[in-house]
Structures are given as structure tokens and as C-alpha cells.
Design a protein around this ligand. Structure first.
Ligand SMILES: Nc1ncnc2c1ncn2[C@@H]1O[C@H](COP(=O)(O)OP(=O)(O)OP(=O)(O)O)[C@@H](O)[C@H]1O
Ligand SMILES: [Mg+2]
Length: 487
């Protein structure tokens, strides 16, 4: 298989998402696709996989021009894409999902499908329980299912758009091993879109760099990170230094808090976070750290214990009430929980207003949206919808909707999907917040981020919170051991 992407253009109004991109892909290679937020990576990958048509340009497979009018027609021609948010149907069984898009006659042959699914998943080291339903799977397992579905559907070219956000370290290793196997042993072409340069260096043998919708160059991998960063941004962005800061009085206290849900319970949470402090929470997804944050935000009720904010008991308050005393919660699921996909930026500004009149002043709200766009450097317009923004710009919008005076900010994966420059930008905003005495608690799967950005850290494992460690004196290794259960 050989893929030629020739002079692809895709404009959205005045935005040139892809502005004449030409690339050639040869079999047996793993390619990295790099570029800052909004560079046009996802747009190009969606065109290559038949999710959306280009305005102009051609895709040639083995020298033959092809037009795909749907992801299914792309897959029939050997191109499959793993989207960042799985495109499966949760209430269906695993086998039903596996058969999605397959030939109707085959669909009836459940037995054959089951054994094909088993065979493929063991071949690539996936441990899928084929009796399960998709809604009981972790994100990493849903990805594995989607991968075997694409492979069984005949994919020779596999595109993975930021596949490692939200999966565990073990699942990442399994995924990367399967990708290596697919390229080296089966001659498939793999494309990895990622902001994590370490991952690209570890896995890929070649990388393409896009900037503002244009191809800027390509590199053999491994190569120095600085070289890649320079091509992505035009220059190496300055590192954001973490300013030292005098912490204030306790802002948030948890006293013997117990929370239990049908999945997990956490017991005896005791914690005191000071004004201006940044507190990092590490742990595998589903270990209890999210429950702590949601209890503080008024989204889950503790069974017992007390949550004290700036001297006031807010235990079991509703989300609405905690908001009113200046607690903000920024959820991990940008488009599922944080934003409304089809609403414009102006509409988001209106929704985020805390005092609402009966009438909405649209003109003023539009201006408000415009000033937030400028202040938070969002690439978009007041009438752009949230889903039209690139991943990184959606994240900026979430921060742009926070109000001015805040006592506590609760964050999940604050820099998920952000490029280096946007990551620094978001942390600089948060550092500024500390000057006003805001306490910050955040969850991140990125241990380097936890150690670099926090004052103190706690680790969750199986619903148990560890002792609290000082970020200055701990290491990735120590936190890693704690995540593994050595609390
Ligand atoms: N459906 C759409 N309607 C309008 N504009 C769009 C649409 N899809 C993408 N864009 C715009 O095209 C540009 C490129 O977006 P794209 O999603 O391809 O970027 P990206 O490189 O994947 O960025 P990120 O790293 O943030 O995911 C952005 O400015 C985005 O706002
Ligand atoms: Mg993208």
C-alpha cells in the first residue's frame, strides 16, 4: 500500500484548516503527525478517513485516485481511523460492535464473529472479555475493540488521533506494541496524531509537521525534540517558570469525608489546602480522585464528614450553591460535560453568567464573548460553535468561561490535548489566580505535570488516599510506586 495525499484544501469560512497539503505514506511505517492546536491535523485525518470531504485535492491509493464519501467507504478501501472519542455504541454487546459496518450476511454468523474477535484480540495482546457490554469497558478497552473492528474490516492504513489521552500506562504499552507489530510484521501504515513528543520519539520512524493548515516539513525520528518544537511553532516557545508563592490560610478542609457510589467508595479523606496552593491528585482513572473533586463541587454527596470552604461548611451543598460561593469545576470531558457542542461562544457566555435576567442582552454578550476570545487567545468567533473549535481552543474556552473571583478551582486534566504553548498559557493563567488567593486542586494522568505544577501531591489507589507528599522532594518514580498501591 502506498498513499499519496495531494494538495488537499479545506476551508471553513475564512479559516484555512488545510491549505494545500501534500504527503506520501509508504507501507510498514509509523508516522507522527505534529502541529500546534488548530494546525489542521484532525481535519486532514478526517478527510483521509472519509469523515468529511476536502474542498479540493486528491487522495491516491496505490496510484489510483479515490474519493471516500463516508468512513465506511474509506474502510472498504483500506483506510480506518480511531477517533479520540470512541465511535462505538455502548448499549450494544462487544460482538455487535465488532460487526458494525460489516456485511449483512456475516452479521448473522455470530459464532464466526466471536472466534474472529477472539483470535484478533489475542494476536495483538488485547484482553477483551467478549461477553461484556461496551458500557462496562474502559476507554482503553473500547479503543482495542475499535482497532480490531477496523483490522477485521480490512484496514491497511490506520489513523490514531491522540489515542493515549485517558488510557492507562499499561494500555498504552499494549497499544504501542500492537502498532509496532502492525507496521513491522504486517506492513501496515500507521499515523499517530499526538502532542506528546516523547510518544512520537518512542514509536514513530518519521514525522510530518503542520502549521496553520500548511505542511512545514518532515523529520526522521528519533531527532532532537527542539527541532520538532521549532518546526511546530516557528520558534521554541519560552518555558513557563513556576513562580514561588507565599501560601495563605487554609481555604478548603476535608474532615473524615466518606463517599460511596455503586462503583467505588473512598474513606476518611482528610485534607487541608491553603489559599494560593496548587494541589495535585495522581492515580489511575477511577481510583477515587474524581470523587474527591466532585464532592467539593457539589456533584456527589458525601456519606459523612465535613467539607469546609473558607470557614463555611459546604458539605452536601448542590453544585449550584457551591458555584455561588465561588467554587469552579472544569470537567475532563470538554464536549460531554464542559461545553455544549452546538452552542456558540456567545451562547456559552450567556449560560455561564451567574446573575441572569429574564431577558438576554445579546449585543452585550456578543461583545463579552469577543473580549474573552481576545483575552484567552481563542481561535474562533463569537458565533463559532464549540464543536467547530479545535481541541486546544475548546480547552481555552472552558477557562475563558470562569468568572473573576474564585476561592477554589477544581480541574480534571487541565491540559489534555494541549500543545506546549497552550499548556504554558493555561498554567500561567492558573498561577495568576493564586495571587488572588484561589486554591487549586487538579487531577492529571501526566506525572511530570503533577510534579512540576503542584505544591503538594496525594495519590489515589483503589479508593484510598495516600499520605501527602511535597512536590519539591518527590519523584516520578516515587509517585509511580504509590499509584501501584505502595501508599
Ligand atoms: N467543522 C468545522 N467548522 C469550522 N471550523 C472548523 C471545523 N473543523 C475544524 N475547524 C477549524 O479548523 C482549524 C483546524 O482544526 P483541527 O481540528 O484540524 O486542528 P488540530 O490540528 O486537530 O488541533 P488540536 O491539536 O487542537 O486538536 C481550527 O481553526 C478549527 O477551528
Ligand atoms: Mg485535533
Amino acid at each position: 500500500m502506498r498513499v499519496e495525499i495531494r494538495d488537499i484544501r479545506k476551508y471553513f469560512g475564512s479559516v484555512k484548516a488545510n491549505d494545500g497539503i501534500t504527503l506520501t505514506l509508504e507501507e510498514g511505517h509509523i508516522y507522527g503527525v505534529l502541529g500546534e492546536n488548530g494546525a489542521g491535523k484532525s481535519t486532514l485525518m478526517k478527510i483521509l478517513s472519509g469523515y468529511q470531504p476536502p474542498d479540493s485535492g486528491e487522495i491516491l491509493l496505490n496510484g489510483q485516485p479515490h474519493t471516500f464519501d463516508s468512513p465506511l467507504s474509506a474502510l472498504k478501501n483500506g483506510v480506518g481511523m480511531l477517533y479520540q472519542d470512541p465511535h462505538d455504541i455502548p448499549p450494544f454487546s462487544i460482538v455487535d460492535n465488532f460487526l458494525l459496518g460489516r456485511d449483512k450476511r456475516l452479521r448473522l454468523n455470530y459464532r464466526a464473529a466471536e472466534s474472529e474477535l477472539k483470535e484478533l484480540s489475542s494476536k495483538y495482546g488485547f484482553a477483551l472479555d467478549i461477553q461484556a457490554h461496551v458500557d462496562s469497558l474502559s476507554l482503553g478497552e473500547r479503543q482495542q475493540l475499535e482497532l480490531v473492528r477496523l483490522l477485521a474490516g480490512g484496514a491497511e492504513v490506520l489513523i490514531l488521533d491522540e489515542p493515549t489521552t485517558g488510557i492507562s500506562a499499561e494500555q498504552k504499552d499494549v497499544l504501542f506494541n500492537s502498532m509496532r507489530k502492525l507496521a513491522r510484521e504486517e506492513g501496515k501504515i500507521l499515523l499517530l496524531v499526538s502532542h506528546k513528543l516523547e510518544e512520537v520519539q518512542e514509536l514513530c520512524d518519521h514525522a510530518f509537521i503542520l502549521r496553520r493548515g500548511k505542511y512545514v516539513g518532515e523529520m526522521e525520528i528519533p531527532c532532537p525534540n527542539e527541532k520538532l518544537v521549532e518546526m511546530m511553532f516557528g520558534q521554541v516557545p519560552p518555558r513557563s517558570e513556576r513562580p514561588t508563592f507565599e501560601l495563605g490560610d487554609p481555604m478548603l478542609e476535608l474532615r473524615d469525608v466518606n463517599i460511596s457510589t455503586y462503583r467505588l467508595s473512598v474513606k476518611n479523606l482528610n485534607l487541608s489546602v491553603r489559599a494560593g496552593e496548587i494541589f495535585g491528585l495522581a492515580g489511575l482513572e477511577g481510583s477515587g480522585q474524581r470523587l474527591l473533586i466532585q464532592a467539593c463541587a457539589g456533584l456527589v454527596r458525601p456519606e459523612s464528614g465535613q467539607i469546609i470552604l473558607d470557614g463555611q461548611d459546604i458539605t452536601s451543598w448542590s453544585y449550584h450553591k457551591t458555584r455561588a460561593v465561588n467554587v469552579a469545576y472544569v470537567a475532563a470531558g470538554r464536549l460531554e460535560e464542559g461545553l455544549v457542542a452546538s452552542l456558540s461562544l456567545t451562547e456559552h457566555v450567556v449560560l455561564a453568567q451567574r446573575e441572569t435576567d429574564f431577558f438576554v442582552d445579546w449585543a452585550a454578550s456578543g461583545q463579552d464573548a469577543q473580549s474573552r476570545i481576545e483575552h484567552y487567545q481563542i481561535v474562533g468567533r463569537p458565533d463559532s460553535t464549540a464543536e467547530e473549535l479545535s481541541g486546544g481552543n475548546q480547552q481555552r474556552l472552558l477557562f475563558g468561561l470562569l468568572w473573576n473571583k474564585l476561592k477554589l478551582i477544581l480541574l480534571e486534566h487541565p491540559t489534555r490535548g494541549l500543545d506546549v504553548r497552550s499548556t504554558n498559557y493555561i498554567w500561567n493563567l492558573l498561577y495568576q489566580r493564586r495571587q488572588d488567593g484561589t486554591a487549586i486542586i487538579f487531577i492529571s494522568p501526566d506525572l511530570d505535570e503533577i510534579i512540576e505544577r503542584s505544591d503538594r501531591i496525594a495519590v489515589f489507589s483503589g479508593g484510598v488516599m495516600s499520605r501527602i507528599v511535597d512536590a519539591k522532594t518527590t519523584s516520578v518514580k516515587e509517585i509511580g510506586h504509590m499509584i501501584g498501591g505502595q501508599l
